[in-house]
Design a protein around this ligand. Structure first.
Ligand code: GLN
Length: 285
């Protein structure tokens, strides 16, 4: 009996579940995604073809992908792509993998960006460019500037910007505000690193493969958020907004930092999981 897609899928699912300690639904989904990537077929195709014979070259391609996942490598790096805000972003190990909760940051920024005005927007630590490209595409009249200190991350952001056609986005290598001189913006947005350096989360699961510089930020995880808030006061126009993502337990500390720096209307918003995930304030001076 030659192997069928279904039997190979079951074997892959079991191996992933055991190696990565995933629940059966997750390991089955991962196995399906990798199988379909190997076969260059959409996942919808699988349902009607699960009894198909599995050809040796297909089995070899699937096995190579499976081996990478069994070592813990995130699915997004194996596929080289991740969807964010209904757009397909290229991702490499040089950038953080875009997360669904970061879509909240984009939504809150879009609410504060008029569609009929040429506002200036700054994205700090852009990584793959997911936030900046999405904002640029949804606000074609805006001028979006995105910075990152990593040149390899900026290459990924540049490719995403070009592929997705964000003509109103400029990418600049900069350690936070350092290359921006006296430029001022109507809105500053950031998904900075915010995990405490000793947090055991950093040594588990997908994040082990992501750049530490995009994840960890000092003893309490707030080092970069402090830098971003301080710098924003010199880089926001009057009535400009600062919005940033933070950790599940950092909302109160972030509101305090915003208020201490002189921001008004300081607020935190919960993501779909009910976790306060984004805080913002208005620079009214
Ligand atoms: N939310 C991510 C995580 O906990 C971290 C992303 C970030 O530091 N900006 O895995």
């Amino acid at each position: 009996m030659p192997a069928t897609l279904d039997t190979s899928l079951r074997q892959g699912t079991d191996a992933l579940g055991a190696a990565l300690n995933l629940d059966p639904r997750e390991s089955r989904l991962d196995a399906q995604i990798l199988l379909c990537h190997a076969l260059q077929q959409p996942r919808s195709w699988l349902a009607a073809h699960d009894r198909d014979p599995f050809l040796p070259e297909q089995a070899a391609a699937f096995s190579a992908l499976l081996q990478r996942r069994l070592q813990g490598e995130p699915i997004a790096y194996i596929l080289g792509e991740r969807e964010f805000y209904s757009l397909a972003f290229k991702v490499t190990p040089a950038v953080l993998i875009p997360r669904p909760e970061t879509e909240l940051l984009v939504e809150l920024a879009l609410e504060r960006l008029p569609a009929d005005d040429s506002v200036r927007v700054l994205d700090l630590g852009t990584g793959s460019g997911a936030v900046a490209v999405t904002l640029a595409l949804h606000r074609p009249l805006a001028k979006v500037i995105a910075v990152d200190q990593s040149s390899t991350a900026l290459e990924v952001a540049r490719e995403n910007s070009q592929r997705l056609g964000a003509g109103n986005l400029s990418l600049i290598q900069s350690d936070w505000y350092s290359a921006l001189n006296g430029e001022k913006f109507n809105l500053i947005v950031s998904n900075p690193p915010y995990i405490a350096a000793a947090d055991p989360h950093l040594t588990q699961g997908d994040v082990r493969f992501e750049p530490a510089s995009a994840l960890a930020s000092g003893e309490d995880g707030l080092d970069d958020i402090r830098t971003i808030i301080q710098g924003a006061t010199a880089h926001l126009k009057s009535n400009g907004w600062l919005l940033f993502e933070h950790g599940y337990d950092q909302a109160a500390a972030c509101r305090k930092l915003l208020a201490q720096a002189g921001f008004k209307q300081v607020t935190s918003c919960a993501d779909l999981a009910g976790i306060e995930r984004v805080s913002y304030g208005l620079w009214a001076s």
